[in-house]
Write a protein that binds this ligand. Structure first.
Ligand code: GAR
Length: 216
């Protein structure tokens, strides 16, 4: 960890929040230059909100509106407002099961990241672990990527590969992928906190300017 200004991260989560916990743990242990500024969920009783409260982090439920897979425009505006109110530098999706649209994406352009339980571009969308298991791949994994207007299509920051073992079920495989998510998500946020992530089209580079200078 370097002595840099802490990156204020707003986390959106819909479920159990184990990725949120991995980020909170690394942050509270001083392993990453990240401060979780606020956690927001579309699900009122999401365990993620309890994890945030236990860590002393503001935890908000903001009703998503009447749609099933996205936020209603007025709800999306409320999410943007709450994130701004808490002064976030970037937004990290951690098991947030709703697709974000234009106003949100424009507002936080280039400042939204997501973790996905597969080696993208393979198996985007829901139940990526089940998709990979059913497909019969020998390797799958986890991806941290920037969010763009597509579903799980933005530039990739970090990936970790996970083998599919002969005795695996969909759930044992998912658990092994999750361990990797917990490892690479805090690390990707640290790269961003250090200003190390440079995006060129679809490709990202994680060397610091000094390291790049040294390499040339
Ligand atoms: C994680 O496996 C995450 O990659 C996945 O939801 C799970 C949330 O777990 N996200 C997606 O599938 C998004 N496309 P968590 O609530 O314990 O962090």
């Amino acid at each position: 960890m370097r002595n840099v200004k802490k990156l204020r991260v707003g986390i959106l989560a819909s479920g159990k929040g184990s990725n949120l916990q991995a980020i909170l743990d690394a942050s509270l242990a001083g392993e990453i230059d990240v401060e979780v500024a606020v956690v927001i969920s579309d699900v009122e009783d999401a365990h993620a909100l309890e994890r945030a409260r236990n860590a002393g982090v503001p935890a908000l439920h903001i009703h998503p509106g009447r749609f099933r897979t996205k936020l209603e425009p007025s709800a999306e505006a409320a999410y943007v407002h709450a994130l701004e109110k808490h002064g976030v530098d970037i937004v990290a999706l951690a098991g947030f099961m709703r697709i974000l649209h234009d106003d949100f994406l424009t507002h936080f352009a280039g400042r939204i990241v997501n973790v996905h339980p597969a080696l993208l571009p393979a198996f985007p969308g829901l139940d990526a672990q089940g998709q990979a298991f059913e497909y019969g791949v020998k390797w799958t994994g986890a991806t941290v990527h920037f969010v763009d207007a597509g579903v799980d299509t933005g530039p990739i920051i970090l990936q970790a590969a996970v083998p599919v073992e002969p005795g695996d079920t969909r759930d044992t495989l998912a658990a092994r992928i999750l361990e990797q998510e917990h490892r690479i998500y805090p690390r990707a946020l640290q790269y961003i906190a250090e200003g190390k992530v440079r995006v060129e089209g679809r490709r990202t580079f994680t060397a610091s300017p000094a390291e790049e200078g040294a390499a040339s």
